[in-house]
Design a protein around this ligand. Structure first.
Ligand code: ADP
Ligand code: MG
Length: 458
């Protein structure tokens, strides 16, 4: 009886989360359509298609010492790269990662930027010995700020809204570079912000530095986003002067994508309703690291309440939002022990669920699989949408297209990554797949900012 009830919950989830290729093609086509609509006019789509003002990507020939600052969703990173030109590329790089104290994610703008400038100052001071800048030249810094920003130039832009776990009201509508610059002045830090980008643009730039066939940078981390190279004359909403290069990097902000084809369940609806940004970032809530664990938690709670399959447990942990995190479901999903020992351990440690049967643990793994697979397949559909928009999904002209992907989810969640890659192959077909490559662009978001700072200051 208990098993029958439990299986009902899982069967329904399985059905609601199904993503056959035909549905994924609809999603990809919708993504390509929204891209066009967003380029057409300001506010033309939920997918904002923001101009990055990056019109030249790194070539690999850049030289000199550059700094990068990367503010994502969980950590931020400061780094320094010494670029040695086309033969030597990155001669040397140093970086440090600092986790953001949670209270700063919902405090004031000056507290957050003060903290960032403080950490940057410490890093620069420690790294300084022996690396004097040539006769008083200012240090050039690229700033990766991975939230939606309306750019006004390559080195300025105002925050449109916060996403992920951030909500600092007084920063919305403000110029993030000005805020950073003010905080740096307070620290007595003499640096020039040469570029403001986000992690998707940074990943694109970091990968392009080594490979000129890279057409897009995509992030699956705490959140998700994508950036790609568009022809400047294919951007009707652009009123400014066309750049010499003829190209413009578009920051899609695709996390806010929505289509009626998306397989949204009751769990997703509840998660969205209780989130910091209800109604927004629906694609992100289906596909990124901040949310996958919480979707699984909601299914497990339903399972517990409806079937009692976990016994008479105290459901308080299961009721706590974000208590089960994506790295936990990843660990359970990859459990290869014959008796699913890791699943038992996680259920016990995190959710206080003890004495589960092997059958029950298998059910938990299947739930992780359903949620992660749906995410990965929808992720692949998004990538296919970009290729469709670029006319590179047919494989006719054999032009090589490389998609650079980064982010903690893609990097650490092996089954997510494998499923994303195989689904893209499934969608493109054998012939077109030959000219499309997915590449893990490690730490593009950090180094990319420094590289764009370098290519701008050329
Ligand atoms: P950000 O997006 O904040 O810049 P990352 O790209 O490093 O950060 O991604 C962090 C996210 O990656 C976490 O929120 C988590 O969801 C996911 N993640 C990290 N480690 C793992 C893991 N071992 N398995 C699955 N997901 C992970
Ligand atoms: Mg990041």
């Amino acid at each position: 009886e208990v098993e029958v009830e439990a299986e009902k919950v899982v069967a329904e989830l399985r059905e609601r989360c199904a993503t056959p290729a035909s549905l994924l093609w609809d999603v990809a086509a919708a993504m390509a359509g929204e891209m066009g609509a967003g380029l057409e006019k300001e506010g033309g789509s939920r997918v904002k298609m923001l101009l990055s003002y990056v019109d030249k990507l790194p070539t690999g020939r850049e030289e000199g010492l550059f700094y990068g600052l990367d503010l994502g969703g969980t950590n931020f990173r400061v780094l320094k790269v010494h670029l040695g030109g086309s033969k030597k590329h990155v001669v040397n790089s140093e970086s440090r990662e600092v986790s953001i104290p949670p209270h700063l994610m919902s405090g004031t703008s000056s507290e957050l930027f003060g903290f960032i400038a403080g950490e940057l100052g410490k890093f620069v001071a420690e790294e300084e010995e022996g690396t004097d800048m040539p006769n008083g030249k200012k240090k050039e810094l690229g700033f990766t700020f991975s939230f939606p920003v309306r750019q006004r130039s390559v080195a300025s832009g105002t925050l449109v809204k916060w996403t992920k776990a951030f909500s600092i009201d007084d920063a919305v509508g403000e110029d993030v570079v000005a805020e950073l610059q003010t905080a740096m002045v307070k620290q007595g830090l003499d640096m020039h912000v040469a570029a403001l980008i986000n992690d998707a643009v940074g990943t694109l730039a970091g990968a392009r530095y080594y490979d000129e066939d890279v057409v897009a940078g995509v992030i699956f981390g705490t959140g998700t986003n994508a950036a790609y190279v568009e022809k400047a004359n294919a951007i009707p909403k652009w009123e400014g002067e066309l750049p010499n290069s003829g190209d413009m990097v578009i920051n899609m902000e695709w996390g806010n994508f929505y289509s009626s084809h998306l397989p949204v369940t009751e769990y997703d609806e509840a998660l969205d309703k209780e989130s910091l940004n209800p109604g927004e970032q629906i694609y992100e809530k289906l596909t990124s690291g901040m949310y996958l664990g919480d979707i699984v938690r909601r299914v497990l709670l339903k399972l517990s309440l409806q079937s009692g399959i976990f016994g008479s447990i105290d459901n308080s942990k299961l009721k706590t939002r974000f208590h089960l995190r994506t790295p936990h479901i990843s660990a359970m999903h990859h459990d290869e022990t014959p008796d699913l020992k890791i699943v038992a351990e996680k259920l016990h440690q995190i959710l206080e669920i003890t004495h589960t049967s092997l059958e029950t643990r298998k059910m938990v793994v299947e739930i992780c699989d359903i949620v992660a697979r749906r995410a990965a397949r929808l992720a692949a559909a998004g990538v296919a949408g970009i290729l469709m928009k670029l006319g590179r999904n047919g494989g006719i002209d054999n032009q090589r297209s490389v998609i650079a992907i980064d982010g903690g989810l893609f990097e650490h969640y092996t089954k997510f990554r494998e499923c994303l890659e195989s689904t893209l192959g499934e969608l493109l077909g054998e012939e077109a797949s030959k000219s499309v490559a997915v590449k893990h662009a490690n730490d593009g978001s950090g180094i990319g900012a420094a590289l764009i700072a370098a290519s701008q200051s050329r």
